[in-house]
Design a protein around this ligand. Structure first.
Ligand code: NAP
Length: 277
């Protein structure tokens, strides 16, 4: 059993080798002088239940959950935050006396990126590309903040379900994206992620206006093709690294009760920019 003064933390998912979370959270523990370690654990679906039992028995204080377990963990926790319940996915679990509480810090992390960029959502028109787990958190956050949200996804049924869950609009998969009709464009698909750096989920029409703000959840590369083109057309751009940092900061606060040392975390993941360009 680990000392209760030590923060044993983990990321569970499969794969996890690429994750920046261990660097980010270990830097945070060190910066605040807290004992403990954050480890990345590759856990296939059939070992999820047994892994949770083992972590609790070993004195772990919390863990992050990533693909493919974010939804599978929902029925395994004792309590759910309101956001996790609405989104239907958990990315952060706090362990307290063997009781598990499930949270979703992706929505807050996404929204902090927007707020820091000075973007006000109320009454604004937003187009979200994608309907996976990250898109659910984004659509939840945007509708809560009063934006009018439309959703496009390659697989139309997933967009339809997401739109229904959050009273949003759906754009048909084969319908042209009239980007000039939106104030905010969010890429919540994995298109443009390294090594497919030269792919983009959409392109801008040179004869029409570009959304004022373009937010790409992809954080590798730091500036995707979508963001590069949006910036060249005068849009404000936000990269996914800010959401990564902010969702991690909120998870760290939930586990430790301490404000996360953002500068140390930012430095650990090699982010030398500020939140928005
Ligand atoms: P997911 O649940 O697997 O969803 C993937 C989404 O991408 C789906 O909408 C899928 O469409 C779409 N997609 C994938 N390949 C496509 C292609 N070739 N053409 C069109 N659509 C395609 O993954 P997720 O967890 O939502 O993550 C999505 C992205 O967000 C990833 O790049 C992830 O790294 C990023 N993310 C970033 C943060 C952050 O903190 N910055 C947090 C979470 C996620 P279908 O439904 O048609 O398959």
């Amino acid at each position: 059993m680990t000392s209760t003064n030590s923060y044993q933390l983990a990321l569970i998912g499969d794969p996890v080798a690429h994750s920046l979370s261990p660097r980010m959270h270990n830097a945070a523990l060190r910066a605040l002088g807290l004992a403990g370690e954050y480890r990345a654990l590759a856990v296939p679906p059939h070992q999820l239940d047994a892994t949770l039992c083992r972590l609790i028995a070993s004195g772990y204080r919390g863990f992050n959950v990533t693909l493919p377990h974010k939804q599978a963990v929902v029925p395994m926790v004792h309590e759910l935050s309101a956001a996790a319940r609405s989104i239907g996915a958990v990315n952060t679990v706090v362990v307290d006396n063997a009781r598990l509480s499930g949270h979703n810090t992706d929505a807050l992390g996404f929204m902090r990126g927007l707020t820091q960029a000075g973007f006000q959502c109320a009454g604004k028109r937003a187009l979200v590309l994608g309907a996976g787990g990250a898109a659910r958190a984004v659509v939840f956050a945007l509708t809560q903040a009063g934006a009018r949200v439309s959703i496009w996804n390659r697989t139309g049924e997933r967009a339809e379900r997401l739109a229904r869950d959050f009273h949003a609009q759906r754009v048909q998969p084969d319908e042209p994206l009239r980007l000039h009709e939106y104030d905010l464009l969010v890429n919540a698909t994995s298109i443009g992620m390294s090594p497919q750096n030269e792919q983009s989920p959409t392109s801008f029409d040179e004869h029409a206006s570009t959304p004022a703000c373009v937010y790409d959840l992809v954080y590798s590369p730091r500036e995707t093709k979508l963001l590069r083109e949006a910036r060249a057309r005068g849009a404000q751009t936000i990269g996914g690294i800010e959401m990564l940092l902010q969702q991690g900061a909120e998870a760290f606060r939930l586990w430790t009760g301490r404000d996360a040392p953002l500068d140390a975390m930012r430095e650990a993941i090699g982010d030398d920019s500020c939140c928005a360009s």
